[in-house]
Design a protein around this ligand. Structure first.
Ligand SMILES: NC(=O)c1ccc[n+]([C@@H]2O[C@H](COP(=O)([O-])OP(=O)(O)OC[C@H]3O[C@@H](n4cnc5c(N)ncnc54)[C@H](OP(=O)(O)O)[C@@H]3O)[C@@H](O)[C@H]2O)c1
Length: 243
């Protein structure tokens, strides 16, 4: 099993990498912070990874097509590709300063979509493999609290579902995993007392998604039921709800 993880220093991605390492997979961990990558490399080898390479890269600035081919060549091939990076500045900041909104859109949607398309082309060319991309339950509806971030995640979901449709009937898989609120650095400033899933529980869904299930998967899975209700709320009720 050879696995590329883009955004490997994210809380959820690191938990996912640990699962693969414990299975003895060979890993290519990609993120911006070289120091944290080196610490992860040591940890993954300690957990049982067959190999662990790292690449320090700003994924929003790099050229996905050429860089992905290079990363996969260094790993000696690939079976699963996970895309797990994103940023979530405060909605008030992004609404007031459009350069902040632009940076979030470019990181969360434009660059993620281009890496996903590059991954889809690479997997298609080799005729097998899985692509797993992290979306969010936030992408299901435009809520006043975080609709700029949510719109980037809605875009990612549509794109990945489209890739899955393109892969239908082949040995290839594409899945968007949609976590609910999860305890990581991204939610560290959330009000205390808010219920959060653990990064490990979301990672288990992401790991399993590479092998089975549909193209859209909620994590933890009970979010499927919650979002079924939220999506069904009529506008007159939704606009009054402070969710
Ligand atoms: N946590 C939640 O509640 C939650 C809920 C739903 C969906 N998600 C989604 O799940 C995924 C993982 O979230 P998380 O909570 O695990 O995130 P996290 O712990 O906050 O980490 C985000 C990671 O993204 C990396 N990153 C941002 N921009 C990058 C760039 N241009 N190039 C390379 N790396 C970049 C950051 O690297 P640096 O450290 O270098 O900045 C950081 O490691 C994201 O797609 C997020 O939107 C999270």
């Amino acid at each position: 099993m050879r696995v590329v993880i883009l955004g490997a220093t994210s809380g959820i991605a690191t938990a996912t990498a640990r699962l693969y390492a414990a299975e003895g997979a060979a890993l290519m961990l990609v993120a911006r912070d070289a120091g944290r990558l080196e610490a992860l490399r040591t940890e993954m080898l300690g957990l049982g990874a067959a190999a662990c390479r790292t690449a320090a890269l700003d994924l929003a600035a790099a050229d996905p097509h050429s860089r992905l081919a290079d990363l996969v060549e260094q790993l000696g091939g690939v079976d699963h590709i996970h895309i797990a990076y994103a940023i979530m500045p405060a909605q008030s900041l992004a609404a007031a300063d459009l350069s902040v909104a632009r940076s979030m859109m470019e990181t969360n949607y434009v660059s993620t979509a281009l890496w996903a398309l590059a991954a889809a082309n690479l997997l298609e060319a080799q005729g097998r493999g899985s692509l797993v991309v992290l979306g969010s339950v936030a992408g299901d509806r435009g809520r006043r609290r975080n609709f700029i971030y949510a719109s980037t995640k809605a875009g990612v979901e549509t794109l990945v579902e489209g890739i899955a449709h393109r892969f239908a009937g082949t040995a290839l898989r594409a899945v968007v995993v949609k976590p609910g609120p999860t305890a990581t650095a991204m939610t560290a400033t959330s009000p205390p007392g808010r219920r959060m899933a653990s990064a490990e529980s979301v990672a288990r869904v992401a790991r399993a998604a590479a092998e089975r299930g549909g193209p859209v998967q909620y994590a933890p899975r009970h979010w499927w039921w919650i979002m079924l209700v939220v999506r069904a709320l009529p506008w007159w009720l939704f606009r009054r709800a402070n969710i």
